[in-house]
Design a protein around this ligand. Structure first.
Ligand code: GLV
Length: 392
């Protein structure tokens, strides 16, 4: 196939290269997947203002997120099981992000461990924390992230219990795959993936195996979360985590202005407006549709970032115009890694960077830090109307 020019094309390559249960894990939302779809559809409904005859030379996409310099305000989201999309996935994605000059966020539920990613990268990355009932283990994760030089802790607030994802249940998702006929078939039909996976030792949850005490069935994400994640997580715990960590803190999973106000009270450095890629509460609003009210409520007190539904540089621009200081991509880089490994993550970032740059220019701007709501059309989507009749 010709070199992919869009994230959608990368996705199709990944579909052919990654065993079905892992491709589906990335490409799934909860229940009807309504929120997953709305995240993308609501971006598409926002229209841009085309401007002409303005100087479009010397453009810059450089900005900052939580005070860190970024070559464009697009970070890689924390995603579970990245090392099952491609062997050593987290290490490769972190390396690609490092070269691209954007932040990489390692998930608690990663395959490569914190130490492993640190050993294979030069710049600090961010670590995403899930809060387990076992606070000693949480403490040890925080200490490990600090020891590895992570420059921010991203605490996920919207997964105290796991949303039901039908594809994962039907596939019998497990890490590593079990030797049941369905999984053997899925792996056997993806020989390149299988060959590369045989070449690595990293095939289970690297941050947990060998670190957490008394774990039960770890191969299944759903049983592990049900058993270990803390359904009582509260704002007091956030204060405790902040104290334990002592560094830059980002709170992920805010979708409501009242929650955003509570998050701002914690003294965290940023919030991520997110519905977990439509993987938790199906029926919740899309991230982009609630971004403006959240920015209005807390934007003067805390940095606001957003994820969910970003599939192009145009989506990034729209989010920035609506007040986000930074954005995150999850699936786009997972499709990249599933398709072509590290090169695929670089492709995904290059696609987004190029789209962002050209779109910004055609909207009449040269500096990404200058974009605002004036670049967007505040019009309702066009609806079919009766043709105007000439007046009598
Ligand atoms: C984990 O973060 C998931 O959404 O599967």
């Amino acid at each position: 196939m010709a070199t992919p020019l869009t994230i959608a094309e990368l996705k199709e390559v990944a579909r052919r290269r990654v065993p079905k249960m892992f491709f589906d894990y990335a490409d799934s939302g909860a229940w009807t997947e309504g929120t997953y779809k709305a995240n993308e559809a609501d971006f598409a409904a926002i229209k841009l203002r085309q401007r002409v005859l303005v100087d479009m030379t010397n453009r810059s996409l450089e900005s900052t997120m939580i005070g860190e310099k970024v070559s464009m305000p697009v970070a890689l989201s924390p995603t579970g099981l990245t090392g099952m999309q491609h062997a050593d996935g987290e290490i490769l994605a972190a390396q690609a992000a490092e070269v691209a000059g954007v932040p990489f966020t390692l998930s608690t539920m990663s395959v490569c461990s914190i130490e492993d990613v640190a050993a294979h990268t030069i710049k600090p990355f961010w670590f995403q924390l899930y809060v387990m009932k076992d606070r000693e283990f949480v403490k040890s994760l925080i200490n490990r992230a600090r020891a590895a030089g992570c420059s921010a802790l991203v605490v996920t607030l919207d997964l105290q219990i796991l949303g039901q994802r039908h594809k994962d249940i039907r596939n019998g998702l497990s890490t590593p795959p079990k030797f049941i006929p369905k999984h053997i078939w899925q792996v056997a039909t993806r020989p390149r993936w299988a060959f590369e996976m045989l070449g690595t030792k990293r095939r289970s949850f690297g941050n947990i195996v060998g670190h957490a005490q008394g774990v039960g069935d770890l191969s299944s994400l759903s049983s592990w979360t049900a058993e270990q994640f803390d359904p009582r997580l509260s704002w007091d715990d956030v204060a405790w985590i902040k104290e334990q960590w002592g560094g830059k803190l980002i709170l992920k999973g805010i979708l409501d202005a009242e929650d955003a106000a509570m998050a701002a009270e914690t003294g965290a450095d940023a919030i991520i407006v997110s519905n977990h890629g439509g993987r938790q509460l199906d029926g919740a609003a899309s991230s982009i549709s609630v971004l403006p009210e959240i920015v209005k409520a807390v934007g003067d007190r805390i940095e606001v970032h957003v994820d969910g539904g970003i599939r192009s540089g145009q989506d990034v621009l729209k989010a920035l115009c609506l007040g986000a200081q930074g954005t995150y991509i999850g699936r786009p880089f997972l499709y990249g890694i599933g398709a072509y490994g590290k090169r695929g993550v670089t492709m995904a970032l290059d696609i987004i960077r190029n789209e962002l740059d050209i779109t910004m220019a055609l909207c009449g701007k040269r500096d990404i830090r200058d974009v605002g709501p004036e670049l967007l059309h505040h019009r309702l989507p066009v609806v079919a109307t009766e043709p105007a009749r000439p007046s009598q």
